[in-house]
Ligand binder design. Structure first.
Ligand SMILES: [Zn+2]
Length: 162
Protein backbone atom coordinates (compact mmCIF):
# COMPACT_ATOMS: atom_id res chain seq x y z
CA UNK A 1 0.00 0.00 0.00
CA UNK A 2 2.78 2.43 0.92
CA UNK A 3 4.53 1.77 -2.36
CA UNK A 4 1.43 2.56 -4.34
CA UNK A 5 1.15 5.82 -2.46
CA UNK A 6 4.65 6.96 -3.37
CA UNK A 7 3.58 6.75 -6.99
CA UNK A 8 0.60 8.95 -6.29
CA UNK A 9 2.89 11.42 -4.50
CA UNK A 10 4.21 12.46 -7.87
CA UNK A 11 0.71 13.16 -9.03
CA UNK A 12 1.60 16.79 -9.92
CA UNK A 13 2.95 15.32 -13.14
CA UNK A 14 -0.53 14.15 -14.09
CA UNK A 15 -0.38 16.07 -17.33
CA UNK A 16 2.42 13.79 -18.34
CA UNK A 17 0.40 10.67 -17.67
CA UNK A 18 -0.45 8.98 -20.94
CA UNK A 19 -3.98 10.30 -21.30
CA UNK A 20 -5.36 9.52 -24.72
CA UNK A 21 -4.82 13.06 -25.94
CA UNK A 22 -1.16 13.02 -24.91
CA UNK A 23 -0.60 9.70 -26.67
CA UNK A 24 -2.30 10.96 -29.82
CA UNK A 25 -0.05 14.01 -29.81
CA UNK A 26 2.89 11.67 -30.01
CA UNK A 27 1.25 9.85 -32.93
CA UNK A 28 0.62 6.69 -31.00
CA UNK A 29 -2.41 4.78 -32.24
CA UNK A 30 -4.99 5.00 -29.51
CA UNK A 31 -8.31 4.32 -31.18
CA UNK A 32 -10.98 6.68 -29.91
CA UNK A 33 -9.78 9.84 -28.20
CA UNK A 34 -13.05 10.28 -26.43
CA UNK A 35 -13.37 10.19 -22.67
CA UNK A 36 -14.12 6.67 -21.47
CA UNK A 37 -16.47 7.95 -18.78
CA UNK A 38 -18.88 10.09 -20.81
CA UNK A 39 -17.90 9.48 -24.44
CA UNK A 40 -18.77 13.11 -25.19
CA UNK A 41 -15.48 14.98 -24.90
CA UNK A 42 -11.86 14.41 -25.79
CA UNK A 43 -9.91 12.89 -22.97
CA UNK A 44 -7.59 15.60 -21.70
CA UNK A 45 -6.33 15.42 -18.14
CA UNK A 46 -8.42 18.49 -17.29
CA UNK A 47 -11.56 16.83 -18.64
CA UNK A 48 -10.89 13.39 -17.18
CA UNK A 49 -9.92 14.48 -13.68
CA UNK A 50 -12.00 17.62 -13.24
CA UNK A 51 -14.79 18.55 -15.61
CA UNK A 52 -16.21 15.20 -16.72
CA UNK A 53 -19.65 14.68 -15.19
CA UNK A 54 -18.54 11.54 -13.37
CA UNK A 55 -15.50 13.26 -11.86
CA UNK A 56 -17.63 16.27 -10.88
CA UNK A 57 -19.93 13.99 -8.97
CA UNK A 58 -16.94 12.43 -7.22
CA UNK A 59 -15.51 15.86 -6.25
CA UNK A 60 -18.92 16.96 -5.01
CA UNK A 61 -18.92 13.93 -2.72
CA UNK A 62 -15.41 14.86 -1.47
CA UNK A 63 -16.46 18.47 -0.89
CA UNK A 64 -19.49 17.46 1.16
CA UNK A 65 -17.85 14.58 3.04
CA UNK A 66 -14.78 16.62 4.06
CA UNK A 67 -16.81 19.82 4.60
CA UNK A 68 -14.56 21.84 2.33
CA UNK A 69 -15.18 25.52 1.80
CA UNK A 70 -14.50 27.39 -1.42
CA UNK A 71 -13.64 24.14 -3.09
CA UNK A 72 -13.71 25.11 -6.75
CA UNK A 73 -11.44 23.23 -9.13
CA UNK A 74 -10.47 24.29 -12.64
CA UNK A 75 -7.60 21.90 -13.13
CA UNK A 76 -5.56 19.20 -11.43
CA UNK A 77 -3.19 21.79 -10.00
CA UNK A 78 -6.07 23.46 -8.09
CA UNK A 79 -6.87 20.11 -6.52
CA UNK A 80 -3.30 19.51 -5.42
CA UNK A 81 -2.90 23.08 -4.10
CA UNK A 82 -6.16 23.27 -2.20
CA UNK A 83 -4.84 22.19 1.22
CA UNK A 84 -2.09 24.83 1.10
CA UNK A 85 -4.46 27.80 0.98
CA UNK A 86 -7.22 26.32 3.12
CA UNK A 87 -7.36 27.06 6.85
CA UNK A 88 -6.67 24.19 9.19
CA UNK A 89 -4.09 22.41 11.28
CA UNK A 90 -1.15 20.65 9.70
CA UNK A 91 -2.75 17.27 10.39
CA UNK A 92 -6.01 18.34 8.82
CA UNK A 93 -4.11 19.51 5.74
CA UNK A 94 -2.38 16.15 5.53
CA UNK A 95 -5.76 14.43 5.73
CA UNK A 96 -7.23 16.64 3.01
CA UNK A 97 -4.21 16.24 0.78
CA UNK A 98 -4.44 12.48 1.21
CA UNK A 99 -8.12 12.50 0.23
CA UNK A 100 -7.41 14.61 -2.85
CA UNK A 101 -4.52 12.47 -4.02
CA UNK A 102 -6.61 9.37 -3.39
CA UNK A 103 -9.43 10.86 -5.44
CA UNK A 104 -7.16 11.52 -8.43
CA UNK A 105 -5.73 8.03 -8.10
CA UNK A 106 -9.18 6.41 -7.98
CA UNK A 107 -10.40 8.37 -11.02
CA UNK A 108 -7.28 7.32 -12.92
CA UNK A 109 -7.81 3.71 -11.88
CA UNK A 110 -11.47 3.70 -12.92
CA UNK A 111 -10.45 5.11 -16.29
CA UNK A 112 -7.85 2.37 -16.77
CA UNK A 113 -10.29 -0.31 -15.66
CA UNK A 114 -12.72 0.98 -18.29
CA UNK A 115 -10.12 1.00 -21.06
CA UNK A 116 -8.23 -2.19 -20.32
CA UNK A 117 -10.82 -4.36 -18.59
CA UNK A 118 -14.04 -2.99 -20.06
CA UNK A 119 -15.32 -2.25 -16.58
CA UNK A 120 -18.21 0.18 -16.37
CA UNK A 121 -17.07 3.25 -14.38
CA UNK A 122 -19.40 3.94 -11.46
CA UNK A 123 -19.20 7.07 -9.33
CA UNK A 124 -20.57 5.11 -6.36
CA UNK A 125 -17.67 2.65 -6.49
CA UNK A 126 -15.08 5.39 -6.89
CA UNK A 127 -16.46 7.21 -3.83
CA UNK A 128 -16.34 4.03 -1.75
CA UNK A 129 -12.80 3.33 -2.90
CA UNK A 130 -11.69 6.85 -1.94
CA UNK A 131 -12.95 6.30 1.60
CA UNK A 132 -11.28 2.91 1.98
CA UNK A 133 -7.92 3.76 0.40
CA UNK A 134 -7.79 7.22 2.01
CA UNK A 135 -8.34 5.62 5.41
CA UNK A 136 -5.59 3.05 4.91
CA UNK A 137 -3.15 5.56 3.47
CA UNK A 138 -3.72 8.14 6.18
CA UNK A 139 -3.37 5.56 8.93
CA UNK A 140 -0.17 4.17 7.42
CA UNK A 141 1.48 7.25 6.11
CA UNK A 142 0.53 9.89 8.65
CA UNK A 143 0.57 7.37 11.50
CA UNK A 144 -2.90 8.39 12.58
CA UNK A 145 -3.37 5.37 14.81
CA UNK A 146 -6.33 6.89 16.71
CA UNK A 147 -8.31 7.26 13.55
CA UNK A 148 -11.23 4.86 13.47
CA UNK A 149 -13.27 3.90 10.43
CA UNK A 150 -16.35 5.47 11.98
CA UNK A 151 -14.64 8.80 12.60
CA UNK A 152 -13.27 8.69 9.09
CA UNK A 153 -16.65 8.03 7.49
CA UNK A 154 -18.08 11.05 9.30
CA UNK A 155 -14.87 12.97 8.68
CA UNK A 156 -14.88 13.66 12.41
CA UNK A 157 -11.30 14.82 12.86
CA UNK A 158 -11.76 17.09 15.85
CA UNK A 159 -9.19 15.11 17.78
CA UNK A 160 -6.71 16.35 15.20
CA UNK A 161 -7.18 19.83 16.56
CA UNK A 162 -9.21 21.46 13.84
ZN1 LIG B 1 -15.94 12.60 -19.79
Amino acid sequence: MAMVFRGVGRVHALDRLPTLENLARRNIQVGSLMCKFCGEMQETSEHLFISCGLSQSVWEFVRTWCQLHRFVLFDVKDALQYHKDARGSKRWKTAIYTVIQTTLWCIWRARNEAIFNGKQPMARNIKEEIKVLGFLWLKNRAKESNLTWEKWCNFDLRYMGI
